[in-house]
Design a protein around this ligand. Structure first.
Ligand SMILES: [Fe+2]
Length: 298
């Protein structure tokens, strides 16, 4: 028989463990435990002698109180301190949690990102939230979005179905950026969002044999990426935000856990999916700390 006092102690204990789990998942893990996730690889079609350090920031989702301009500025300093050759931003600067957070304006978050510095520059792509938050662009079904204008004003080029050629140590390297695959919200219920991505058109801009790094906000494009691309970098999934033993119960991808997080090699092609920095829907992360990617190639 359970006594009344025992029952109350049980309820109290359960309440405390739920409260401390919530404090961890909502407060400590998302806010304090940002870490640098390091990868080192020599992807296919990579020339001998080209050493390239790419630092990537994904899914910033600027909002108060969790991702303030001050925090973004300090993340930018952390990224700079890794001494990258190139910094890339993988989309979703804007938050999608209108109900539980306060807005950080595009000039505020883009201004904080303008502190990013690297010898080969800073390049960016947009994510679905950058499109979805822009009513005018949604109606017009065309950019430039407010997010794109804010990034450009901060001196950060935005690649939407575009590619640029960089050079290091006498070697060329292409950075190709795909327009968002979920950019346009459906006009009718039960229809899926429409993408503005043009993979073939993007890669058609690659005009020599130098290696290609593709930036694609959503990893779902990966099965279509040709082996001509040495490495694809994505975000969007947040690693599911909750991830235990390599499994994420909820992943915003038609492939479920296949591209939820980390380094994926399929048919001699490489994909790295960042767990990102902010969150969407619920301000919770568990087993998936906010991360800055450092990728050493060569
Ligand atoms: Fe996204």
């Amino acid at each position: 028989m359970i006594t009344r006092r025992g029952f109350l102690r049980f309820i109290g204990g359960s309440f405390l463990s739920v409260a401390s789990f919530s404090a961890y998942a909502v407060g400590i893990e998302p806010m304090l435990l940002t870490h640098v996730k390091r990868y080192a690889l020599t992807p296919p079609h990579w020339p001998d002698g080209l050493k390239l350090r790419v630092v990537a920031l994904a899914d910033i989702h600027a909002c108060r109180p969790w991702m303030t301009p001050e925090r973004i500025a300090s993340l930018a300093e952390e990224a700079n301190a890794l001494q990258p050759d190139l910094i890339v931003l993988l989309g979703d600067y804007i938050a999608g949690m209108r109900l539980v957070s306060q807005r950080v304006t595009p000039p505020e978050w883009a201004g904080a990102l303008s502190g990013l510095k690297a010898p080969l520059g800073v390049l960016s792509i947009l994510g679905n939230h950058d499109w979805w938050a822009d009513g005018f662009a949604q109606r017009a079904e065309v950019g430039p979005t407010i997010a794109r204008k804010a990034l450009e004003k901060a001196g950060i080029p935005v690649l939407e179905n575009d590619a640029v050629r960089l050079e290091k140590d006498g070697h060329g390297v292409w950075i190709a950026g795909l327009a968002d695959q979920l950019a346009l919200l459906p006009k009718r219920k039960h229809e899926p969002p429409r993408g503005l991505d043009d993979l073939d058109g993007t890669l058609a801009k690659v005009s020599d044999a130098s290696p290609v790094i593709l930036l694609a906000h959503e990893p779902d494009i990966f099965p279509k990426v040709p082996s001509r691309v040495s490495l694809t970098l994505s975000g969007h999934t947040h690693g599911g935000q909750v991830r235990l033993f390599g499994y994420s119960p909820i992943v915003p991808s038609q492939y479920g856990n296949r591209y939820a997080y980390g380094h994926v090699v399929e048919n001699d092609r490489d994909l790295i999916v960042s767990g990102g920095l902010g969150f969407s829907n619920l301000p919770i992360r568990f087993g998936m700390r906010p991360e800055i990617l450092q990728i050493d190639l060569g």
